[in-house]
Design a protein around this ligand. Structure first.
Ligand SMILES: [Zn+2]
Length: 64
């Protein structure tokens, strides 16, 4: 999947602004939507957590 980095604010806890961030998806709550952006270091932390989650269960669409 093609992903493009933009300059923006990180939404993942480091609170840095004006850094290279990647759009991860919309945050939707009570009818509102906002872009969920993550910097590289926060993304690495999130991906490590997500990888542990993915390893604990079958892949989506994987033949079993
Ligand atoms: Zn960050």
């Amino acid at each position: 999947m093609e992903r493009s980095w933009v300059i923006g604010d990180c939404w993942l806890g480091c609170e840095r602004t004006g850094v290279r961030v990647l759009w991860l998806g919309p945050v939707q709550w009570d009818g509102y939507s906002a872009p969920f952006m993550s910097c590289a270091s926060c993304l690495a932390r999130l991906m490590a957590q997500a990888s542990a989650y993915w390893l604990s269960r079958p892949r989506i669409g994987a033949a079993s």
